[in-house]
Design a protein around this ligand. Sequence first.
Ligand SMILES: [Fe+2]
Length: 379
Amino acid sequence: MNHFYNPVAVSFGAPSAQAFADKLQSRYADAERVLLLTRGGDVEKSECLQPVMNFLSGKETLLVEVTLYNPNVTDILNLKQKIEPFDFELIIAIGGGSVMDAAKALSALQRRMVHTAAEVREAITGESYREMPQFTPWIGIPTTSGTGSEVTCWATVWDEECGSKYSVSDVRLYAAAALILPELTVTMPLRLSVATALDALCHATEAYWSVHTNAITRVYSLQAIERIRGTLPLLIEQPDNLEWREQLSMASVFAGLAFSNTRTTACHSISYPLTMLYGIDHGIAASITLAAVLKHNFAALIEPEKLLHAYGAATAEEVDSFIQSIYKLYGLPNRLSQYGVTVEGIRSLVSLSYTKGRMDNNPVEISPEELEHMLVSLL
Ligand SMILES: [Fe+2]
């Protein structure tokens, strides 16, 4: 099936910022109150964002810094209650994946009465938020290059209390528009830059082999992989280089577009308990199994030579070597045991790795025994 759909109006680069703000002005002329979520650090004062801030100067704006990482049901409740008296008509999210996830959760839940974390959990797991006639429109301005959240229609909400990770998902959660400003990613710490690029690499690769893959998605996947492969080693040497930042921002959007139509597969499914139980950064948790899952999936790949070529590789082993070289170049631990995982802990990791809508997107089934073997080999 070669259907592709993505409704997000994407603008790229600082020279596009004024036209982007002008479009906001004409589209949201009647909106009086705007919720501005930022990652903090006065990011809204960045020069490249001034056209957007000028648009906001004519609005009643509530600025809320979202400094939490991987928001959970309690975080969403607290954020909602903190904002509640402010009846906003538009959300602008300037930040990484966590800020955009918070924007999406608020978009879906703004009109939903919830008073406790249990009610937030119930609204998400029971999908009652989808009964709301309207979601609040939101605008995404990413400050990292990896999440792709500005072009996908779902948000991740964590629930450590129940040992779960949920997806708030609805076609109405696509951003109305996204502005990609590579300048905003220059101040990202290098570790976060590498981890988010590895996340994008997984989005692109998993979209390529997902059971929902299609010919259009795979073009975006290959473009994203080529850019990350060519640029990430250079960025590690020169983190301030705007050209490398532009390439990685573009790669992140391409990867986001790719997996917006397929969702992710085994690597992401396995990553969730690695993050929840061991605190491993998302991009590392997803990419640490990427080569092993590639080898597992290899026989089912469509046009495998194209995927290998994007990696500059002739074999799956060489893809593995490339990923290892990135870990080595930045000094990231590449063994699960270095993050605290033990042989004894692998059983519970395996039992928590089968997220519906993720693991079942993998083109080749991974049995619990095979997964256990895979994880032991990565200890
Ligand atoms: Fe991801």
